[in-house]
Design a protein around this ligand. Structure first.
Ligand code: GDP
Length: 298
């Protein structure tokens, strides 16, 4: 928790310390306090919907007499922020093999996250297969290969330019034949080219189902916290196009935009499942709402 606190310190300064400044101990809590809190939440990427829900609850509790001073405000804020993030934050890994499709635009930390996730699973004693289905960039295949070697995962790859769906299919067949526990599929992240990415991802999904009808068991979108509102737009776009089961928010270390976690959950309705808090191999954490909010407040 101490490490998480340190990594989230900029977001804490941006949200919690600013709120603390407008609710002085012993000071009166009234409508103008709520308006100031509202402004802080909005300006720290928490999003309009989540902010309205939180301030609505604060207003109601003030009316009902449940909030009298600054410490009450903090208690209610903490509780409601945890509530907002709750539900289903753990990965669905009950199948063998469990298939995890990883999507996201270039540069968000997709390959790094796959490497870290593979490391985490191997550490837990699971066998892992990477599928190099970002065949658009030759460097992506090489980068994934380096991670596979580093963490001790198998890698299924074809030549650059090959059909991504065929690679994904081969990875599933390999995992079934070799009794592997987990397949993690890397995909392309180009948004601004003529060859349509979403169609490619839908095709991967169709072909996966020919090997394992319930696959993928997880479709994880990787977003970069430092991009703030763009992360929310990406979540909405990918969710509409292919349906997501979870979001991984990377680069929370050193950014003040960690509030974006609340917006993604509230506006898109997809749970955050993992967070990236650094470039190191073990800087990927399971997302636990209580722990995250406590790291911001305590
Ligand atoms: P991709 O294009 O989405 O595959 O992105 P990469 O995995 O190549 O990552 C892009 C850059 O982001 C690399 O320099 C990574 O080390 C860095 N990165 C990834 N995750 C994190 C994180 O959680 N924190 C920080 N500070 N950097 C990260």
């Amino acid at each position: 928790l101490d490490k998480l606190k340190e990594k989230l310190s900029k977001t804490k300064q941006h949200i919690v310390e600013k709120i603390e400044a407008v609710i002085p101990i012993g000071g009166k809590i009234d409508e103008s306090t709520i308006e100031e809190i509202e402004e802080i939440l909005i300006s720290s990427d928490v999003g309009v919907k989540a902010t309205e829900e939180i301030t609505g609850i604060l207003r109601r509790k003030i009316k009902e007499g449940g909030i009298k001073d600054a410490s009450d405000v903090k208690i209610v804020l903490k509780e409601e922020l945890i509530n907002l993030l709750k539900n289903n934050t753990s990965l669905n890994l009950k199948n063998t093999p469990s298939i995890i499709l990883v999507v996201g635009v270039n540069g968000v930390g997709k390959t790094t996250t796959i490497g870290k996730l593979g490391y985490k699973f191997v550490n837990e004693g699971k066998s892992v297969v990477f599928a190099a289905a970002d065949t658009f960039r030759a460097a992506a295949i090489e980068q994934l290969e380096i991670w596979a070697k580093k963490v001790g995962a198998d890698i299924i790859k074809h030549k650059s330019g090959a059909d991504p769906a065929a690679i994904a299919f081969d990875a599933l067949e390999h995992a079934k034949a070799q009794n592997k526990d987990i397949v993690i599929i890397d995909t392309a992240g180009r948004l601004h080219t003529k060859s349509p990415l979403m169609e490619e991802l839908r095709k991967i999904n169709r072909v996966l189902k020919k090997s394992i009808p319930e696959a993928p068991h997880e479709t994880l979108l990787i977003v970069d916290a430092t991009t703030g509102q763009n992360a929310i737009r990406q979540a909405s776009l990918f969710n509409e196009a292919i349906g997501l089961t979870g979001v991984v928010v990377t680069k929370l270390d050193g950014t003040a935009k960690g509030g974006v976690i609340f917006a993604i959950k509230k506006e898109i309705g997809i749970p955050i499942k993992l967070i990236g808090i650094g470039e190191g191999i073990d800087d990927l954490k399971e997302f636990i709402p209580q722990e995250f909010v406590e790291a911001l407040f305590d």
